[in-house]
Design a protein around this ligand. Structure first.
Ligand SMILES: *Cc1c(COP(=O)(O)O)cnc(C)c1O
Length: 429
């Protein structure tokens, strides 16, 4: 083999160092097949009824899945939904906000946790993120609080818990509630607790791309009996049953159909058994990658905040383009050309999506932002989240490790491609 061709950067016509593909991540095995089969054979694929009675709370698999999830996470209540998006809508609804109330959200998230307040005509207000963890910055949250702020939706982004104790401390001083979006960090720890269990309400996604999944699905957790019941009412046409239930507080009980089916629940019960081994394995592989990359100048691998473990849904790195004298995007192209899949520049700045830029959510005239229920003008202009914007535009590079089932050999190959590019950065300058 001609060594000059082998060593030349692939982006400059050389041979890609990674000459093969990697296994796709797939946590589904024979246990899930058996579980799904059991439900199909029973003929009862969902047992929910949208009327008052025992079946208002779902069938045997859903109830068992909720019991097992609550026990595993050490919570009084677990409430299964058909997605975390639905679960977050139920969570915000459970708080019984008034139209025009404000909810502080994160710019770095999947859009559902920023739009959930809008479903109740509440106003999302974006706080900036921390440079090292990408989670909400408590100082920015504090600065974003107004007299109308009623809740904070913290996002455990990329696989580790936000600083929920600090957020709760702020929240308790202002009489507001903290919700955790833990879609990307199931099984990660924050001190002695699991991510998602430190807030008043936590939520996990069971969508196809997450650590464990049921195709589509979500699971909410809380220790608060009333919030739990309100989420269950919103999950299943609550307006039809509050009378029979004898409930007088019917704020925001416009029920939806957020119900999880029995097949998904049966699969979820098997997936839950696999969660901790899956997270441990992902952690080991990510640590190995960090070891291999740690010597590279101008590259900072992901870090877990003190007291946190990291579940590595996304392996996020930061580049220092000034020190490297090469832009993030040029390096990303070179690495991708070497055959590393699933590398992406930056993440999403949700506040810059058209829905917020144009303030168009319901109809075309600016509702709810321009309604008389709102007390002030909220800004979504570029510049309100400088850290998130800078990371997205110039220095953050994410590796969607969640898409792959990597072994040690794969990690060595990926690291070798990084080292190859770093050895020839001068070629890219
Ligand atoms: C996946 C995800 C969601 C949405 O979960 P679904 O179950 O797909 O609705 C919400 N927030 C974050 C941070 C996510 O990654």
């Amino acid at each position: 083999m001609n060594t000059t061709t082998t060593h030349r950067l692939a982006v400059r016509g050389g041979e890609p160092l990674v000459g093969r593909s990697f296994a796709r991540y797939n946590p589904i095995g024979p246990e899930e097949t058996t579980a799904a089969h059991r439900v199909v054979e029973s003929g009862v694929l969902s047992r929910y009824l949208g009327s008052w009675g025992p079946d208002f709370y779902g069938g045997p698999e859903v109830k068992a899945f909720e019991r097992e999830w609550a026990a595993e996470f050490g919570m009084r209540h677990a409430i299964a939904t058909n997605s975390l998006t639905s679960g977050l809508i139920a969570a915000v609804g459970a708080l019984g906000l008034e139209p025009g109330d404000e909810v502080i959200v994160s710019p770095w998230t999947m859009c559902a946790s920023a739009t959930a307040p809008l479903q109740w005509n509440a106003i999302p207000v974006f706080a900036d993120i921390q440079r090292d963890t990408y989670c909400m910055d408590p100082r920015s949250v504090e600065a974003s609080i107004s007299s109308r702020t009623k809740a904070i939706i913290a996002v455990d982004i990329f696989g580790q818990s936000a600083d929920v104790p600090a957020l709760r401390e702020i929240a308790s001083r202002h009489g507001i509630t903290v919700i955790s979006d833990t879609a990307q960090a199931p099984g990660a720890r924050s001190g002695s607790r699991f991510a998602g269990t430190l807030a008043s309400i936590g939520g996990y996604s069971l969508n196809y791309h997450k650590h464990i999944h049921t195709g589509e699905g979500g699971m909410m957790v809380t220790d608060d009996d009333d919030l739990a019941e309100r989420m269950r009412l919103i999950r299943n046409h609550g307006e039809a049953v509050v009378g029979k239930q004898g409930r007088s507080d019917i704020r925001s009980i416009i029920g939806h159909n957020f119900r999880m089916g029995e097949i998904e629940a049966a699969i979820g019960r098997e997936q839950l058994k696999k969660l901790h081994p899956i997270v441990a394995r992902r952690e080991r592989i990510a640590r190995l990658l960090t070891e291999r990359l740690s010597g590279l100048p101008g590259l900072t691998p992901p870090v877990a905040a003190t007291g946190n473990t990291h579940a590595y849904y996304i392996y996020a790195m930061q580049l220092d383009p000034a020190a490297l004298r090469v832009s993030r995007d040029t390096i990303l192209k070179a690495l991708t050309a070497e055959g590393i899949p699933h590398l992406v520049g930056g993440y999403t700045n949700v506040h810059l999506l058209p829905i917020f830029q144009q303030k168009i959510a319901y109809g075309s005239s600016g509702f709810p932002w321009n309604s008389p229920y709102c007390s002030r003008e909220v800004s979504y202009e570029k510049g309100i989240c400088p850290v998130a914007e800078q990371l997205h535009d110039t220095s953050c590079m994410i590796f969607e490790i969640c898409q792959l089932e990597l072994n040690e050999e794969d990690v060595d190959l990926i690291a070798a491609a990084f080292h190859k590019v770093w050895a020839q950065l001068d070629q890219l300058q």
